[in-house]
Design a protein around this ligand. Structure first.
Ligand SMILES: [Zn+2]
Length: 152
């Protein structure tokens, strides 16, 4: 078994070098045959980042677990309607009545929307009633005082 040293030639200048030489003895350029081949095919390409254990789906499972408490503002709607007798109170009652039905049907988003509308219309009714109350106060008390003043 006689090992013959493989002769190599520098790709840069063509100078003959032996196999063990890492650099050309003439020009000093690195010889390609002596460089260690890094095999990219040996790299483990298995993707371990996919399918994390902590990724719990927060979709339907979370909503089925506990039904969120959504205020329906039905009491407020009835109060402003009874006390003020305003159409806005009726609208508020209509939306308030939809909240529980939508929650029971699983329409949480719709229930929240109806709840918000019920609250908005209840406050709107309350605000209009407050404004009418102030107006009534001005017309009766101040106006009455004015009438009394004029009569006196
Ligand atoms: Zn060379």
């Amino acid at each position: 078994m006689r090992v013959e040293p493989r002769r190599m030639y520098c790709p840069n200048c063509g100078t003959e070098s032996d196999e063990s030489a890492k650099f050309c003895r003439s020009c000093g350029k690195a010889l390609p045959g002596t460089e260690e081949q890094v095999a990219p095919s040996n790299v483990d390409t298995f993707d371990t980042s996919r399918g994390g254990a902590g990724d719990v789906p927060a979709g339907p499972a979370a909503s089925y677990g506990a039904v969120p408490h959504i205020p329906n503002y039905l009491v407020q709607a009835i109060l402003v309607t009874v006390l003020c007798c305003l159409p806005a109170g009726i609208v508020s009652i209509v939306y308030a009545a939809q909240v529980n039905g939508k929650v029971a049907a699983g329409d949480i988003a719709g229930a929240r929307e109806a709840s918000q509308k019920a609250k908005t219309w209840a406050w709107l009714s309350f605000g209009v009633a407050l404004g009418l109350g102030v107006l009534w106060f001005l017309l009766t008390v101040v106006g009455g005082m004015g009438a009394t003043f004029l009569e006196g």
